[in-house]
Design a protein around this ligand. Sequence first.
Ligand code: KIV
Length: 286
Amino acid sequence: MQTCKPVTTSTLRQMKTKKEQIAMLTAYDYPSAKLAEQAGVDMILVGDSLGMVVLGYDSTVSVTMDDMVHHTKAVTRAVTRAFVVADMPFLTCHGSVDQAIMHAGRLIQEGNAKAVKMEGGQEIVPIVKRCTLAGIPVMGHLGLTPQSVHQLGGYKVQGKDIESAKQLITDAKALEEAGAFAIVLECVPREVTAKVTEALEIPVIGIGAGADCDGQVLVFHDVLSYASNIQPKFAKSYANIGETIQTAIENYVNEVKAQHFPRPEHTFHASEETVTQLYGKEGQKC
Ligand code: KIV
């Protein structure tokens, strides 16, 4: 049963223990976050995927910290229950620990997020430790890490051979030991996901990682077929909102051009006195 109590990192850990699946969805603005919260999602991710689905870039690499803060603010204004996590954009957690903590702090202080998400494994452990010590919950992100798309050579399934599968497990454990409260595992074979999930006490949230994890995350626009150019194999579309919106806008355009809109019920009128002054006693009235 859904309660109105805000979701916390302890709630998420308890859900893993009780084997209750965690439902997470991305949202990037006030209305999408409001709908997601009302629909009962446990976690909302202000993902840097907003660069692709909202801002029209061809990867997440162009997204800036200012973009993230702006969208995180809009999302958190709409949310009271769900646990809001905001993405650390490209390069913000691969410089110095001091720089990283300043960036993470902005998402919490200005954006009002409850936690930040960082792409990377063992190499980001010092940053995860420092943020956690400073009271900033960190969610890790392993497997296909879209900010490294140029190095990975495309959006490909990760952890397919034994070395890379073992590396994923090592990285996941290192993040957990550093204090991460949860991990996103993206585009990883189901069998590898199951091993990572079993190895960790913190929740593992999958995207394209099969069913053997503690929860799922999808991108808002993929779930709704909302003007997204590609439908990844792992995503399921639950509605065709893009088509509904386009048809509605076409109807509006047609009615404007045919002068069927606005109708009398959409129209304001001046008082008779004003009309007389505007047009004269015998003047033409609309
Ligand atoms: O930015 C994003 O939406 C993400 C999800 C794909 C997990 O990182």
